[in-house]
Ligand binder design. Structure first.
Ligand code: GDP
Ligand code: IMO
Ligand code: MG
Length: 425
């Protein structure tokens, strides 16, 4: 079976931490979409580590980690990530495999990302500038490079052909660039990659399933950044929802088991786009500081706001979530009261629980329900029964509204800071 763990908001829900926590239960951990736009943070034994393209099962030595065909991989970032892992003595030649069908990010994709964003001016998406959109565009336009191409004697010619096309577009945008250093880094990274296990990962995944192994698919970004269902155009360029697992790893829908949906006890968003419950005030700043809400990939401050139930219900519906994981509950310890948006009021006065199609163009007014804060530390708490009554009341309300059990409650960045409520799978 393949279980899925994915973000239900705008990313950065804490996926890295939970994949690391769950990984001992799984023999395989696989990324199915996204690329170096992701920043997944793991903390244990006093070490903090941020992964971008490498699955978050990498620190669990018995897990095989797969970078699936649905991912876009930047060889330069990959080399840097592997170099940063060197001190942990991981057997990466054995524990990590990469699909030959993974789409490749080349240096000019990053330049195109920057050129497109610059041209958009104030309407920019707030991309991480990692070349994600341009690389996925080339994949869909059937002109991109794939990781397996590096084994071809024609690779350099294929690369040059693509880069020439990109240079023409960059010329059109009058975007100035110097490719000397990045081209050198790119080809050094390509040589480096050749030492890794490039495979047809759809076979590896399906053989693992057939052998009765448990596979965990690790989502990147969040459901509200999905290319189809997010607040388009302020989205990423892949299907971040559960459906992406089938195409991004080559598994059939009937192989999918549990779908773990992970959400923060509040909301954050990096980059532009609608955020109905955003707090543009001191409170928003307090949550940002308390939650250390600064991007793990770009360092940008994350926008903060209250939990948004219409958005959360939408994500749960799209993904078929079977268990919920609630993160960063400790960040709200500082508050006297905690609010949850239950509905939106549309400009015409209509009250709705649905996300309107034109969310990017209209102002919706969130309708809130207010809870008394628990206002105390949660440090060291290990069981649900130990939680302060105000927090239990808040969790009970969410479970009743969302109609899905909240299996884990995370109370700090460390691997150990977690309260398990129900058996997982
Ligand atoms: P991801 O992209 O979903 O893996 O999440 P990020 O790593 O980008 O952001 C989550 C941040 O919150 C990281 O800095 C984590 O170390 C941190 N974190 C995770 N869980 C908790 C938690 O329960 N409480 C607190 N205070 N921080 C957490
Ligand atoms: P993880 O996996 C939060 C956001 C960017 C921007 C939009 C498009 O760490 O949760 P892109 O570079 O994909 O073209 O940017 O998506 N974004 C993320 N926000 N967490 C992420 O990943 C993100 N990956 C992309 O900020 O708004
Ligand atoms: Mg992140």
């Amino acid at each position: 079976m393949v279980d899925i763990l994915l973000g239900l908001q705008w990313g950065d829900e804490g996926k890295g931490k939970i994949v690391d926590v769950l990984a001992p239960e799984y023999q395989v951990v696989a990324r199915f979409q996204g690329g170096p736009n992701a920043g997944h943070t793991l903390e244990f034994d006093g070490i903090k580590h941020v992964l971008h393209q490498i699955p978050s099962g990498i620190f669990r030595e018995d897990a095989l980690n797969i970078i699936g065909n649905g991912v876009v991989l930047d060889p330069i970032v990959f080399k840097k990530e592997i170099d940063a892992l060197a001190k942990y003595n991981l057997d990466l030649k054995k524990n990590l495999v990469i699909s030959k069908k993974t789409a490749m990010i080349v240096p000019t994709h990053r330049l195109l990302d920057a050129a497109y964003e610059k041209a958009k001016g104030a309407a920019k998406i707030g991309s991480t500038l990692r070349g994600i959109g341009p690389a996925y565009s080339d994949k869909v336009a059937r002109q991109g490079l794939r990781l397996g191409d590096i084994l071809s004697p024609n690779f350099e010619a294929k690369y040059n052909e693509l880069v020439e096309k990109h240079k023409q577009i960059l010329g059109f945008y009058q975007f100035e660039f110097d490719l000397t250093e990045s081209t050198k880094d790119f080809f050094a990274a390509i040589e480096f990659l050749k030492d890794f296990n490039l495979v047809d990962s759809e076979y590896v995944v399906n053989e693992s399933i057939n052998q009765g192994k448990k596979v965990l698919a690790e989502g990147a970004q969040g459901s509200l950044l999905d290319i189809d269902f997010g607040s388009y155009p302020f989205v990423t360029s892949s299907n971040t929802t559960a459906a992406g697992v089938c195409s991004g790893l080559g598994v059939a829908p009937r192989q999918v088991g549990e779908v773990f949906g992970i959400f923060k006890a509040y909301c954050t968003r990096v980059g532009s786009g609608p955020f109905p419950t955003e707090l543009n005030d001191d409170l928003g700043e307090r949550i940002r500081q308390e939650g250390r809400e600064f991007g793990a990939t770009t360092g940008r401050p994350r926008r903060t706001g209250w939990l948004d139930l219409p958005a959360l219900k939408y994500s749960i519906m799209l993904n078929g979530v079977t268990q919920l994981i609630m993160m960063k509950v400790d960040v709200l310890n500082i508050l006297e009261e905690v609010k949850v948006c239950t509905h939106y009021k549309l400009p015409n006065g209509e009250i709705t629980e649905q996300l309107p199609y034109d969310l990017c163009d209209i102002e919706v007014e969130p309708i809130y329900k207010t809870f008394k804060g628990w206002n105390c530390s949660l440090a060291g708490l290990q069981t649900y029964d130990d939680l302060p009554a105000e927090l239990s009341a808040y969790i009970d309300y969410l479970e009743a509204e969302l109609n899905i059990p909240i299996s884990f409650i995370s109370t700090g960045p460390d691997r150990e800071a977690i309260i398990l409520r129900e058996a997982i799978a």
